[in-house]
Design a protein around this ligand. Structure first.
Ligand SMILES: [Zn+2]
Ligand SMILES: [Zn+2]
Ligand SMILES: [Zn+2]
Length: 197
């Protein structure tokens, strides 16, 4: 019988655990996409034969995390967990069906708890999510820089805004992230310049 591997994550949009199974053969043959029932989040898995690259929607912080694992860890053994770099907690499990199911049950409880303890982390979760992915897109194009000439920066996420802080001079650019207008304004920008000296 062909070996099956399970993949589990918590959907950041609807909060449900998403568990999908793929055969090891299918995993090595082609990229896999595993979607939540609500169709609003999707985990992607690609391989070059040696390593696997994964894009994991994170039920804890709402972002999508990219991770790289050895093919051996993905295809064999009991399983591995992937961590959320923001909350430093596990947000995804890959491995044997039972291990993944157990892990996802615990994860769902933890994600739910996180939500009730922090019911309104953001003014509007969807807008915040979109703003952050827009910032990520602009960053991916190399579009974020500072007036001081610096190109290194850090991102701080607040309830209704995102700050980009220049690592060189400490200047800040605040991006409001609470309303549709905030998002529209950001979407038409090719570049973000932190007003540094
Ligand atoms: Zn969902
Ligand atoms: Zn996360
Ligand atoms: Zn600067």
């Amino acid at each position: 019988m062909e070996e099956m591997r399970s993949f589990g994550y918590i959907c950041p949009k609807c909060g449900k655990p998403v568990i999908s199974q793929r055969s090891t053969f299918a995993l090595t043959a082609a990229a896999a996409r595993m979607e939540c029932e609500c169709e609003k989040s999707m985990m992607e898995v690609q391989t070059d034969g040696v390593k696997f690259r994964l894009w994991v929607p994170c039920g804890l912080c709402g972002q999508t995390h990219q991770a790289e694992c050895s093919a051996d860890a993905i295809l064999h053994g009991r399983g591995i967990g992937l961590g959320c770099p923001k909350t430093k907690q596990l947000c995804c499990y890959i491995g044997e069906e039972l291990v993944v199911e157990n892990a996802m049950e615990q994860l769902a409880i933890r994600a739910e708890k996180e939500k009730t303890e922090n019911p309104e982390a953001f003014t509007d979760n969807v807008i915040m999510y979109e703003v952050l992915s827009e910032v990520k897109d602009i960053a991916a194009r190399g579009g974020i820089s500072c007036g001081c000439g610096g190109t290194d920066y850090s991102i701080q996420v607040h309830r209704d805004a995102v700050d980009l802080t220049c690592s060189r001079c400490g200047s800040k650019l605040r991006l409001p992230a609470a309303t549709d207008e905030d998002l529209d304004r950001l979407c038409c920008q090719m570049k973000l310049i932190i007003p540094g000296r």
